[in-house]
Design a protein around this ligand. Sequence first.
Ligand code: ADP
Ligand code: MG
Length: 558
Amino acid sequence: MSKIKVLPVHLVNKIAAGECIERPASVLKELVENSIDAGATRIDVFLEQGGCKLIRVVDNGGGIDPEDISLTVTPHATSKLADEDALWSISTMGFRGEALASIGSVAQLKISSVVPGNDSGQTIEVDGGQISQKTPCAGSPGTTIEVHNLFFNTPARRKFLKTTATELNHCQEHLIRLALAYPNVAFSLMHGNRQLLQLSATDSPRQRISDIFNPQLADGLIQVFTQTKNITFTAYLSRPSQAKSSANWQYFFINKRAIRDRFITHALREAYRGLMPPDRQPVGFLFLEIEPSIVDVNVHPTKSEVRFADSGLIHSLVLGAIRERFLSTDLTAELSLAQSTQSADSPAGTQPENTAEHQQKIKEAMKDFFRTNSQSTQSKIKFFPPKSQNSHPYGESTHYNNTPPSPSATPKPADEPIKSAFPPITDSPSEPLPQKSPSDEVLPPSSTATPYLQIHNSYLVVETPDGLMIVDQHAMHERVLYEQLKSRVNSGPVLKQKLLMPDLINLTPAQMAHVEQIKSSLDQAGIEVEPFGPQTLPFIPCRQSSPSLTPPNSSTTS
Ligand code: ADP
Ligand code: MG
């Protein structure tokens, strides 16, 4: 007796769904890609429970012909592949004709579509693989697709779904990638009654990056462009100083499809080699437009990987273009000066000093510092305590239990010469700091003081037994506050006092989702946050009794 059976269609669909429908975000991606393929210029997404309960995608695209609507949920039925040759030059996001059939087999699916120019359209429903009769519907031109209760009939898959926040995060990430690839399409994203994204159509990829992330990040990106007969490469890359600790801020697109690719990843890393520490990752938005016949997109069920006819060529083109651009860009100057003076260092409302002047001051300070060390008898800079007394700059302990003076507490006039000393570290953080006059070059000896030079009210250059150490005093200050806060939280409830006006901070959708997750920990630390618009949080840092807790760079995201 024959043991081999041809599987029934509903089972084939479920198996196919296992390949391309992993979680709500995969459904969202397939639906939005369909809307893009249909020429939509506006796509609105509504989610409930991170997409597990409902995903609704509404577009204003070309719609589905009434006679075709049943075919949309038939496996391997597509309007995008005319013949076999078309498989080797795909220019649409979809082509496998599998997504809607797969989704319908593991969820409750409803498709309503009105072709522009028609008064009415058709609706069809699929409930766990059971296809309903089509019925007439009214509505605006375009297509609305709803997916309810994903995996309601496949408990094994449902078990793998994570929390609402995590699933929502994945949905946002997928939508962001599509939005980055298609800046000329307007997008919106609602979760329940909360708006998470509202993006107007634009011709400018940089504007889209700015709308999704933040203008500071977008404005600072370096644009790279190169073109050959078959390939156009455009990228927006961070300066090395804007690098992040993870590669989450790297987006690669081939023909507007978000992909992962180890050749491009490697080329990007190579381009930054030597420009930043090896454990940092650049921010990068890389767009390759490649003649479809030299790239195969049919190698992965979710099309998140591609195969190049010549991957070495892509690697060298990306690497070469970035390197060439970096060679003609002054990366160092902007990273050491513009950055440090424009961020937390500039008191609100003051203009940063001119870059050339800053550069000159730093050069002079370094010159002075080394001259002092080599010819101590003629030194203009005096160190306290005398150079012979070599101790750790902040005491012997490597734990920074003392609070250094807040940089903002000792404002430095713009024309003030470089300081030669920094006030000794005090044990009492709330104690008023000694005010220095511009002529103060030297502070009285102190038993805890160690020779150090302050540059630009930002960096401390300190002698160590082996040479010198440069300390970013803002980072150190933040660390000290962090350690203090940590010990307060560990030792009981933190005293809070509300600010009169909450501080507003802009976050990316992913960061917003993360804040939701850590809300109770923030609360424990005395920080109350409430959503305020799609990407803005009123950040209500509650003043600690002492010292004051100021969010580092509260006006920016990091
Ligand atoms: P594919 O996109 O690979 O063709 P799908 O299962 O995603 O397969 O969709 C099947 C077909 O349904 C598409 O080829 C398209 O003709 C039609 N379709 C799906 N979504 C839309 C939409 N939003 N607007 C117009 N047509 C759509
Ligand atoms: Mg599709």
